[in-house]
Design a protein around this ligand. Structure first.
Ligand code: ADP
Ligand code: MG
Length: 384
């Protein structure tokens, strides 16, 4: 049996990647021309995949440009970030471990890095500093790529994924100013800073009173269009000796509102259930499987929000728009107008709902389907 052509759960820069031609072109040109770029979208729409794809393209052609991608998702403190940043910059600057060894003396004035090599010294090492010294002299790390780039006549592109995570660190306000002050002077380093928490990202990059305001271009990544999904899905089926007609294939992005992760997941389940030709039967079973597979997550999500917020979600599910009208507030037990507006802000800021053309909808389309089933006993079945 062939492997599934549909991938979710990891980034998809080569396999299963639908070309985002315009976004790729713009991002690539920005990064090669020294324009710092911020990318914002809800999670699982495709930011990390897009950046990986563009960086892979750049790596193929631009030998004097060194690229780095750091995922800040699991980084827990400023010190940990600085160590990781320094290590990645040093590692990208050369392929020779002898040069890594020498970098301590060559590039640092105040700090003394301790390098330790693991089992395979040719490909890996770790780096540590005295933590108090590190924090005091953090500019030495923040400026490291520029200093190395100047000395070696190279350029860096540094991509920091889930950038908003930094803002939860102790003393972030001071650190934020420092980062901006250092990085805006860099001539040979370009930054790509992206993240999924829209509210936090906009607060960092779109707020005139914050240091990162106007740091660079802001790209609000959109969803992939239906037609591209349809041709990707039909092609992927036929490449693996199965069939899905266009009409059935179109239902997949339709149900999942073109949400990248879920389109891939639903396509995968459908493909898996299909022996020869996919029909609405397979598709409906796949949808049930998908919702069941994700149910524990959704269960947790509703457990973490208050009863009036759940009630507000019910109103959203029913397509209400005037949440503060007396009828709506009474019908769904939304509390006072103050409650409503507070809850709305909380749900928007935590990316549970968003406003599209004056209407509110769930950011997560499968969560909405599960919610409907759970609270209204309404099961979505796909019909012709
Ligand atoms: N360009 C693309 N083509 C096809 N599928 C994609 C694309 N971008 C993202 N996906 C799907 O969405 C999932 C989440 O993508 P990812 O890049 O991790 O999103 P983000 O970084 O925005 O959270 C991937 O695992 C993949 O299934
Ligand atoms: Mg990501």
């Amino acid at each position: 049996m062939k492997n599934s052509p549909f991938i979710y759960g990891t980034t998809v820069s080569v396999l299963s990647f639908i070309n985002r031609e315009n976004e790729s072109r713009k991002l690539k040109s920005n990064l090669l021309n020294g324009i710092n770029t911020t990318i914002i979208s809800p999670r699982r729409w495709g930011k990390s995949s897009l950046v990986e794809k563009v960086i892979a393209d750049i790596n193929k052609k631009e030998k004097l440009t060194k690229t780095i991608i750091i995922d800040l998702f699991s980084v827990g403190s400023e010190e940990e970030f600085l160590e990781k940043f320094a290590r990645e910059v040093i590692k990208a600057s050369s392929s020779k471990w002898q040069e890594w060894m020498a970098s301590g003396k060559e590039y640092f004035k105040k700090l003394t890095p301790k390098l330790s090599f693991g089992i395979d010294p040719i490909s890996d090492f770790s780096l540590s500093f005295d933590l108090q010294e590190l924090k005091k002299n953090n500019d030495e790390i923040l400026n490291l790529p520029e200093i190395i780039a100047q000395k070696k006549g190279i350029k860096f592109i540094i991509c920091l994924d889930e950038f908003q995570n930094l803002s939860s660190f102790k003393d972030y306000i001071v650190f934020e100013k420092k980062m901006r002050a250092c990085w805006q002077r860099h001539k040979s380093v370009t930054y790509c800073l992206y993240g999924s928490k829209r509210h936090m990202m906009s607060d960092i990059f779109n707020n005139p009173s914050k240091p990162f305001y106007r740091f660079g271009d802001i790209m609000l990544l959109q969803k992939i269009e239906t037609q591209k999904w349809v041709s990707f899905i039909t092609k992927s089926f036929s490449n693996t000796n199965k069939v899905i007609d266009e009409e059935t294939a179109e239902m997949i992005p339709f149900i999942m509102k073109n949400h990248s992760w879920y389109v891939q997941q639903l396509a995968h389940y459908t493909w898996n259930l299909t022996s020869k030709k996919a029909t609405l039967n397979e598709l409906n079973t796949a949808l049930t499987e998908l919702i069941n597979a994700n149910a524990p997550l959704y269960q947790k999500e509703v457990e973490s929000i208050s009863q009036t917020q759940i009630n507000l979600l019910k109103a959203v599910t029913k397509g209400e728009t005037q949440f503060t009208s007396t009828v709506t507030m009474q019908k769904y037990l939304l509390g006072t107008p103050r409650n409503v507006s507070k809850n709305k802000t909380i749900l928007i800021n935590s990316d549970v709902i968003h406003e599209i053309n004056g209407k509110y909808e769930f950011v997560d389309p499968a969560f909405e389907l599960w919610f409907n089933k759970q609270f209204f006993n309404k099961v979505y079945t796909i019909k012709k």
